[in-house]
Design a protein around this ligand. Structure first.
Ligand code: FE
Ligand code: ZN
Ligand code: FE
Ligand code: FE
Length: 180
């Protein structure tokens, strides 16, 4: 390798921390800690979203997903137990940002249909992040041969997909038109 080529490669290469994952199982557990933090953060964020929504169907959708989210937290604790790992939450910067963005949308919209449309937009970003995360976690579990863990994670993945579909229906059926 030419000298200038080498320095170019090193420039963008990140040095791993001492705690860095060195195999798929460690990466899997780290990712579980991340989504565990995210789900717990959502149990605090969703009530605020519900409180600021006007459309009854939307309030209902958020409230029922809050109940699901509580059970998703417990389900993750079951996954940790299955793996023989301690349930530890590690801050998820992405979810932290998505929740903050959702809160700023509340400030930036008048209550009623417009704020509802904003709440749906913010919530769908959150659901999509969760869908991506649980999709990856299922794939990791499958690769690692953790069948029971995969089953639990797939249950949550299905709930997140369903929540996203419900939000889409709410948006298309009335709220966006009322907001218009
Ligand atoms: Fe969730
Ligand atoms: Zn994250
Ligand atoms: Fe992005
Ligand atoms: Fe969700």
């Amino acid at each position: 390798m030419k000298t200038n080529e080498k320095s170019k490669t090193e420039k963008g290469t990140v040095k791993p921390k001492s705690s860095a994952a060195d195999d798929l199982r460690n990466l899997f557990v780290d990712s579980l800690k991340d989504i565990y933090w995210a789900e717990k953060a959502l149990t605090k964020a969703l009530p605020k979203m519900a409180k600021n929504a006007t459309n009854e169907g939307l309030v209902e959708a958020i409230t029922s997903h809050l109940e699901e989210t509580n059970s998703q937290v417990t389900r993750l604790e079951d996954v940790f137990a299955l793996l023989g790992e301690k349930a530890v939450a590690k801050k998820c910067d992405a979810m932290d940002g998505l929740i903050k963005e959702g809160e700023s949308i509340l400030e930036e919209t008048e209550p009623g249909a417009v704020r509802d449309a904003g709440i749906i937009a913010a919530s769908q970003k959150i659901e999509h992040y969760e869908i991506a995360t649980y999709g990856t976690l299922c794939a990791f579990a499958r690769t690692l041969g953790e069948k029971e863990a995969e089953k639990l994670l797939a249950t949550t993945l299905a709930e997140e997909k369903e929540a996203d579909v419900t939000l889409t229906k709410k948006a298309y059926n009335t709220i966006n038109f009322d907001a218009k």
